[in-house]
Design a protein around this ligand. Sequence first.
Ligand code: FW2
Length: 287
Amino acid sequence: MDIIAPVVTPFRNGRLDLDLYAEHIRNITAKGVDAIFVAGTTGLGPALSVEERKALLEAAASAARRVIFQVGSLVLDQALALAKYAERFDAVEAIASVPPYYFPRLSERQIAKYFRDLCAATTRPVYLYNYPAAVGRDVDAKAAREIGCLKGVKDTNDSIAHTLAYKRLMPHMRVYNGSDSLVLASFSVGLDGVVASSANYVPEVLARLREYVARGDLERARSLQFAIDEVLEAARPLGYSSAVYELVEIFQGYDAGEPRPPIYPLDPEERAWLRAAVAQARSKLAP
Ligand code: FW2
């Protein structure tokens, strides 16, 4: 069961800090992360240019052995160009994409065509990144099966039954849940793993949680999940995508850079508040 980190994208004065990006990836992979998800939600993918996404991929592929590259775009040519570019890197084990978003009445046929075009543009496996809360539409297991060429899915969904349905209908597909509050559930029901933003700030905790599940020590695994839930509860009202940068600093002890507006960084009061709010959870997460 894989622990996959949708890595934060660090900015400094409005520019990517690629050295910090690679260093962060090296740190979390040394602590138990198996693969890196580039330009996902936590990585601010939809807010990045094509050139920025290419630069991130190059840095990730130099720092990690296994990379999944999120190429979703409302400009199809850009998504296809990114998928093609990824062919240069041995570390890229799959291309992932959100479905076309924003336009509310795309038909199922149009969504399927988007993914088939992506599949035709690359020799790498193509994964669906299903995130209905973000993109406004659900590509569920049946719709994914209809597409016909998908080899995996990351389902960011609070229903584990929804995620399991992909495995039931397509047993050979790699199936990951993308919700931080379902790490324990994902490991317990035998999914292929998780894509969890908490892997940015507590990678060693996720590795321990997986270990407890493997040993059948569900009580310990559950207390770790509950402590992660406490962190999520504190961080979400501040804007989770921004809070993740601060959580890396709190838990890993280094500056993870800043997000890019309109994903504004936390202000000093919010940072101090978050540090105090997670203090208890922090002691529960300690080994
Ligand atoms: C990503 C993820 C994780 C998320 C979830 C959003 O790409 O960032 O979907 O943590 O809050 O896979």
